[in-house]
Ligand binder design. Structure first.
Ligand code: RFL
Ligand code: PHB
Length: 404
């Protein structure tokens, strides 16, 4: 088979890229290792920047996020047993985020892809990406006992952190930056009304971090920081609810409705960036190129901004006959990636218990949080990062920035 762009991975990056390319008349195929049901079963992100919501609309799947998503105008920070609201909307000149699950984003994109009759190969085994340093890259995979070959102009590596694309780049051509955090997040999904529907709640406490999020007005997503080597089986539902309550302010702890979990898992926390994001005719996007700890809610949003840059680059190539987008892709994407890496690392450092936090470290975290909620400048910095930095920094900054 022959196509213009072969996309590896049917997570949000791959599906969104496929849809944007299709809208521009560019042929693509998606090759995914797992089954469609497996991909939809992964419970992950929940908060979308406006840029991501706008991109979904551009991809033709903007309706359900508008009707079923919940717009958040603020975020809430809990520390020293008290809750403080940050008016994100007011501090950013009217920007908001939308609570809408990654599962739903994926479902919307999958439905649109199958309605348009676009080719997706699920359950593809032993995918390999080859010859991307030539003008004729080839993707091979096995399915139903047969080997298949796709020749293409470009390969888009949208295959996540453990994918084959980044791993196929010669060692000397890539630089990796990594920070692994000494704890994990235990996440629980439950069909109970969220304790807060108007804002995500981020809690700093001497017992560790806690987070209250939502998927809908009847489905909640909550997390507690836990030791990295903890086993899910060690966390009964009762133990989880008890621990989360102890990390919140008394009012919220009292109001929180609990119930049986429908999903429970532990995720490690990591900061990671691979540079560059282009190797000849192979381009990396999303988690294949970078990981952020989930504290800033940036992973899915960064995947979306990569895909915006990459789809524009391919459109430049095929429609405008210009290589500028392709040549600039890595540098442009990495500029935004590093800003989000910094924000996610900072918020993670501020909110979690590290091995040396107890005592002095805890007091300094509380002092910084106190400064943050009482300083308009710091609150605005948090707010503008939370809603998402502009796609083009030069456009986003006032012309006299730095001279005032
Ligand atoms: P994905 O979603 O990992 O998809 C990659 C796909 O590639 C497939 N694949 C392969 N296919 C073919 N051949 C191979 N050899 C392959 N190897 C892998 C995989 O099966 C998969 O289907 O990457 P993508 O598309 O780049 O999307 C990234 C996002 O999924 C991720 O950044 C977010 O979920 C991160 N994240 C959050 N992001 C946000 O923006 N807001 C949030 O609120 C947020 N919360 C979170 C999160 C991630 C979490 N976890 C579990 C790490 C909360 C958590 C707990
Ligand atoms: C989620 O809803 O899963 C979620 C929300 C905010 C975060 C991380 C995860 O910072």
């Amino acid at each position: 088979m022959r196509t213009q762009v072969a996309i590896i991975g049917a997570g949000p990056s791959g599906l969104l890229l496929g849809q944007l390319l299709h809208k521009a008349g560019i042929d693509n195929i998606i090759i995914e290792r797992q089954s469609g049901d497996y991909v939809l079963g992964r419970i992950r992100a929940g908060i979308l920047e406006q840029i991501t919501v706008d991109l979904l609309a551009e991809a033709g799947v903007g309706e359900r996020v508008k009707t079923d998503g919940t717009v958040h105008h603020s975020i809430e920070l809990v520390f020293s047993g008290k809750r403080h609201a940050i008016d994100v909307h007011g501090l950013t000149g009217g920007k908001v985020v939308t609570a809408y699950g990654q599962t739903e984003v994926t479902r919307d994109l999958m439905d649109a892809r199958s309605a348009a009759g676009l080719p997706t190969v699920y359950s593809a085994a032993n995918v390999t990406v080859n010859d991307f340093d030539t003008d004729h890259p080839v993707v091979r995979y096995e399915k139903d006992g047969q080997t298949h070959e796709v020749t293409c102009d470009f390969i888009a590596g949208c295959d996540g952190f453990h994918g084959v694309c980044r791993a196929s780049v010669p060692e000397g051509a890539i630089t990796e930056y990594e920070k692994v955090y000494p704890f994990g997040w235990l996440g629980v999904l439950a069909d109970v009304p969220p304790v807060s529907t108007h804002a995500i709640v981020y809690a700093n406490s001497e017992r560790g971090f806690g987070l209250c999020s939502m998927r809908s007005l009847t489905r909640s997503r909550y997390y507690v920081q836990c030791p990295i080597d903890d086993k899910v089986e060690a966390w009964s539902d009762d133990r989880f609810w008890d621990e989360l309550r102890r990390r919140l302010d008394p009012d919220m702890a009292e109001r929180m409705v609990t119930g049986p979990s429908i999903e429970k898992s532990i995720a490690p926390l990591r900061s990671f960036v691979a540079e560059p994001m282009r190797f000849g005719r192979l381009f990396l996007a999303g988690d294949a190129a970078h990981i952020v700890p989930p504290t800033g809610a940036k992973g899915l949003n960064l995947a979306a901004s990569d895909v915006k840059y990459l789809s524009s680059a391919f459109i430049d190539h095929y429609i405008e006959k210009s290589s500028a987008g392709i040549d600039n892709y890595s540098q442009q994407a990495l500029a935004r990636v590093w800003r989000a890496e910094r924000f996610s690392w900072w918020l993670t450092s501020l909110m979690h218990q590290f091995p040396d936090t107890a005592g002095f470290g805890q007091k300094v975290q509380e002092a910084e949080l106190d400064y943050l909620v009482n300083s308009e400048a710091l609150s605005r910095s948090l707010a503008e990062n939370y809603v998402g930095l502009p796609l083009d920094f030069d456009v986003g900054l006032p012309l006299d920035f730095g001279r005032r």
